[in-house]
Design a protein around this ligand. Sequence first.
Ligand code: AMP
Length: 122
Amino acid sequence: MAYDNDNIFACILRREIPAEKVYEDEHVLAFHDIGKLAPVHVLVIPKGAYISIDDFSERASDAELVAYVRAVGRVARKLGVAKTGYRVVTNCGTDANQEVSHFHSHIFGGRKLGGVRPPHSG
Ligand code: AMP
C-alpha cells in the first residue's frame, strides 16, 4: 500500500489544517486528538511518511525511531500523566480500525482507564 499524501495528518504536518500542538522536534509532532476520549488524549506522529507502526519499524532511521519513543515519554511527562499513569495505543491496519493512514500513537490519561480487553467474537 502506498502512502497517501492527502491523509489528514499529512495535511497537519504541511500546516494546511490546524492542530493544537503539544510537542515538536525535528522528527516528531504531537497534538491533541480532536475526538477526545480521555482528559488527556494526544496523538504522537513521526514527520516522515509512514503508514503504520509496521511500516515505521521497518523503514524509519535509528534517529527517527529514537526520537519517536523519546517524544512519547516527553509528552506524558509534560502533560503530567507520567505521574499517575497512562496508556499508549497504536492501531495498525484494518482489524485494529486504523482510521488515519499515517502512523500515530494515542496517549490516553487523566482518569482511570480500566483494563484492556479485545472483543471475544471471531
Ligand atoms: P485511529 O483510529 O487510531 O487511526 O485514530 C485516528 C484519530 O485521529 C482519531 O482518534 C481521531 O479523533 C483523530 N483525528 C482525526 N482528525 C483529526 C484532526 N484534524 N486533529 C486531531 N485529531 C484528529
